[in-house]
Design a protein around this ligand. Structure first.
Ligand code: NAD
Ligand code: TYD
Length: 356
């Protein structure tokens, strides 16, 4: 079996669902259930004995060590993290605790477990760390896309904490020989995405008749990948990645934020037209920019394609249509995640925003 951390969040839950659809190998899913963790994401696995859920913090060495001994996984995949840049600006402490200290404690628990495995199991074992392209910093308009050898130049508390965790993973390989793999992926979108991030926030705000807040001039560029394509890349790296290597994962789909939001509006205009017949784009509002806002991310994913034969299955057109449709089909999921703490966050982040 495999052990996944953070498997009740956006990417982790998509990964667990995909994994159990594609293989019969059981999953132990360790998640602290922060505001971003949601067991409703895994509701379709109720009664499925291949999925064992444990509520725990990756920083809890005692629990992690006991779980590793009990379940004897052949791999540990680390999705658990604090993941939202804006929250990291308001309160970096949780990011240091989970992304840095938590990853360190997890690495130590895994190292102790791996050291005690019989020779065959030790050789086959893998620790896969899920990271982000944001560790590389920001690009100018004409710079080439990030390759795996790009310098680490993180600019936000979030990306700095992820960069620190990547360095720890690297060091545990070089120093202790732990068999690690790291993936650095671009922005994901798709079903189960928490509506604090750009695309799901725009969908739920549009449908609720609320403003669509674009930071700054809306010309910041991100490279968007459908979440299930990220999951297939992780499966492929786990299966065939070279030990100690990092793999960039991306969608070859660079777009400015304003264009993403206009595409979402156009799809909603088609699939769920406003009662007054006007476009959702009329709800767009430019607001104050994010401090230290990275201008452009772009991923060069050629290594993953060349060495492991991975390519995304979705284009942005097919992926974003599926995504908007998923939110239209799941109003109860949206209503449930918009709990008290979500409302508090939206109030804190957006009510004080001056128009740009
Ligand atoms: P998310 O915020 O939706 O989910 C994170 C999950 O981790 C939640 O279920 C949460 O409860 C859990 N968690 C948080 N702290 C924990 C702790 N201390 N112990 C155990 N569980 C804890 O995040 P996501 O978007 O699914 O991202 C998953 C991973 O992928 C993260 O490591 C993130 O850095 C990385 N990543 C995300 C993106 C993206 O676009 N979302 C892109 C590239 C990489
Ligand atoms: P986000 O989804 O938070 O991902 P990240 O910051 O990790 O790339 O934001 C994506 C882009 O959208 C980023 O450039 C910030 C911008 N953005 C807005 O313009 N308005 C918003 O309300 C949010 C949440 C993000």
């Amino acid at each position: 079996m495999i052990l996944v951390t953070g498997g009740a969040g956006f990417i982790g839950a998509n990964f667990v669902l995909d994994w159990l659809a594609a293989t019969n190998e059981p999953v132990v899913n360790v998640d602290k259930l922060t505001y971003a963790g949601n067991l409703e994401n895994l509701a379709s696995l109720q009664g499925d004995t291949r999925h064992v859920f444990v509520q725990a913090d990756i920083g809890d060495s005692t629990v992690l060590s006991a779980l590793l001994q009990q379940h004897q996984p052949r791999a540990v995949l680390n999705f658990a993290a604090e993941s939202h840049v804006d929250r990291s600006i308001h309160g970096p402490e949780d990011f240091i605790q989970t992304n840095v200290v938590g990853t360190f404690r997890l690495l130590e628990a895994v190292r102790a477990y791996w050291s005690g495995l019989p020779a065959d199991a030790k050789l086959a074992f893998r620790f896969l760390h899920v990271s982000t392209d944001e560790v590389y910093g920001t690009l100018g308009a004409t710079d080439p896309a990030f390759t795996e050898s790009h310098n680490y130049e993180p600019n936000s508390p979030y990306s700095a904490s992820k960069a620190a965790s990547d360095h720890l993973v690297r060091a545990w390989h070089h120093t202790y020989g732990l068999p690690v793999l790291t993936t650095n992926c671009s922005n994901n979108y798709g079903p189960l995405h928490f509506p604090e991030k750009l695309i799901p926030l725009m969908i739920v705000n549009a449908l609720a008749g609320k403003p669509l807040p674009i930071y700054g001039d809306g010309q910041q560029i991100r490279d968007w990948l459908y979440v299930r394509d990220h999951c297939s890349a992780i499966r492929r790296v786990l299966e065939a990645g070279r030990l100690g290597d990092t793999y960039n994962v991306g969608g070859w789909n660079e777009q400015a934020n304003i264009d993403i939001v206009k595409t979402v509006c156009a799809l909603l205009d088609e699939l769920r037209p406003r009662d007054d017949g006007r476009s959702y784009a009329e709800q767009i509002r430019f607001v104050q920019d994010r401090p230290g806002h990275d201008r452009r991310y772009a991923i060069d994913a050629r290594k993953l394609e060349r060495e492991l034969g991975w390519k995304p299955a979705e284009t942005f057109e097919t992926g974003i249509r599926k995504t908007v449709q998923w939110y239209l089909d799941h109003p109860e999921w949206v209503a449930h995640v918009q709990s008290g703490s979500y409302r508090d966050w939206v109030h804190q982040q957006y009510s004080a925003q001056e128009p740009a």
